[in-house]
Design a binder for this molecule. Structure first.
Ligand SMILES: [Fe+2]
Length: 426
């Protein structure tokens, strides 16, 4: 350890001995510990946060539903007959079975296959077989009240067509939770009606927080992802930056293609790039201008489970679904706009090759997370060194040679978990 000091936390979660109070040293056991994981489900996923659960464009008609997860909890999101959107726990009140097993569909009600208990689109219990018994025998007792046995409801709000849900009555309104910076980014990406193009799913054998770090870690972007550097979609020499909200829970990494020149590129990447590589289909890196601000790459991470990306003309949301301390599912929803030409739709579908489990860019992120999880398990008392960009104040920057958004993430995480060190950076 380069700094033997330990700074005790003052919360009631398992004790964390932070070696520094600016979140530049993250103990590895936080990625592995089952007690921490259980605490995260309570304090984060069921705590005062909003988690993305889908897009309004996925459920345009009454009766449309999709299933998802909020942390470990299975969720149904649907649109009722009056057009309103509900989010409810996908678990039958009778015996705890999943009520909906399909990823999506359209229905008038949700019926559990186990004993056919039937719930309305608002989650209320509508009926159950043999409630009054048969021939005067059996059935539910006289005290049984249907109103007490619906599917538990979550708070549900949308912004710019993106649906979020929260278990906590204390969570601020969604618009405030996003704040002005991220509302304006949502307004930018979702500035007109979207059309869902498809889905990708992947299991990653690593802790879910490694993915939250990854989507705030701009340092790795042009080093791990050689495709980016080689073919110019994103280089650290381009104009770009990192932008956080005031509490540093959300982060936007952005850059503009065509803002560096060959001399700058040569100076930085000459030693590492492979000039012999050629694309058989260069359209995969062709950015068709569609935003006035010239931003060609925008990775927008919303705490705790959502990412919205623009990589060239590839647009998608990504949702983290926790599956225990050592595994999570990443769920990608690719979209374009309703008024896209066929040519533009084809272009976006072609650029879907950049992302997802086998994406020319994204595949390395899964690998980077898995090798971190694997290598840290034996040295849980050791810690990472998150110091690019220096220690001290956590702040937005007009460059990307920094790890500061990762420290911002941990500062908010520690606050929610009740494990902030004394004198912690916020
Ligand atoms: Fe990455």
């Amino acid at each position: 350890m380069d700094d033997p000091r330990t700074i005790p936390n003052h919360g009631d979660a398992p004790p964390v001995h932070w070696r520094r109070n600016d979140y530049s040293r993250i103990p590895y056991w936080l990625y592995h510990d089952p007690q921490i994981y259980a605490q995260e489900q309570e304090r984060i996923f069921k705590g005062p946060t909003w988690s993305m659960v889908g897009l309004e464009a996925e459920i345009p008609n009454p009766g449309d539903f999709r299933t998802t997860f909020l942390g470990d909890t299975p969720i149904i999101v649907d649109r009722a007959a009056d057009g309103s959107i509900y989010a409810m726990v996908n678990r039958c009140a009778h015996h705890g079975a999943l009520v909906r097993r399909e990823p999506r569909g359209n229905a008038r009600e949700h019926i559990c296959i186990y004993h056919r208990w039937c719930y309305g689109l608002d989650g209320k219990l509508k009926g159950l077989p043999f409630r009054r018994g048969l021939k005067g025998k059996g059935g539910m007792g006289p005290d049984f009240d249907m109103a007490d046995h619906g599917l538990p409801q979550l708070r549900c709000e949308s912004y710019a067509g993106v649906i979020f849900a929260s278990f906590s009555a204390e969570t601020e309104p969604l618009a405030d939770y996003l704040g002005p910076i991220f509302r304006s980014h949502f307004d930018r990406i979702f500035h007109k009606k979207i059309r869902i193009l498809g889905y990708q799913r992947q299991r990653i054998a690593g802790n879910w927080k490694l993915y939250l770090e990854n989507t705030r870690d701009t340092y790795h972007g042009t080093l791990l992802h050689e495709f980016h550097t080689t073919f110019g979609l994103s280089r650290i020499t381009q104009t770009g930056g990192v932008t956080m909200d005031q509490r540093h829970r959300h982060n936007l990494i952005w850059s503009k293609i065509g803002t560096d020149d060959q001399a700058q590129y040569d100076a930085v990447y000459k030693e590492v790039r492979d000039d012999s590589l050629r694309l058989l289909d260069p359209r995969v890196v062709e950015v068709k201008p569609e935003f006035d601000d010239g931003i060609s790459l925008a990775i927008c991470a919303i705490f705790p489970n959502a990412t919205v990306h623009q990589i060239g003309n590839s647009l998608a949301t990504r949702q983290v679904r926790t599956m225990g301390p050592g595994e999570f599912e990443l769920y990608w929803t690719l979209f374009g706009y309703e008024d896209d030409s066929q040519e533009m739709t084809d272009h976006r579908v072609l650029q879907a090759n950049l992302v997802g489990p086998a994406g020319l860019i994204s595949m390395e992120d899964g690998e980077a997370i898995e090798i971190t999880q694997r290598a840290t398990v034996a040295e849980m008392d050791d810690c990472s060194v998150i110091e690019m960009g220096g220690g001290g104040k956590i702040t937005s920057l007009d460059h990307r040679v920094t790890d500061i958004p990762v420290r911002g993430l941990w500062s908010y995480y520690a606050e929610l978990m009740g494990i902030e060190p004394e004198g912690a950076e916020r």
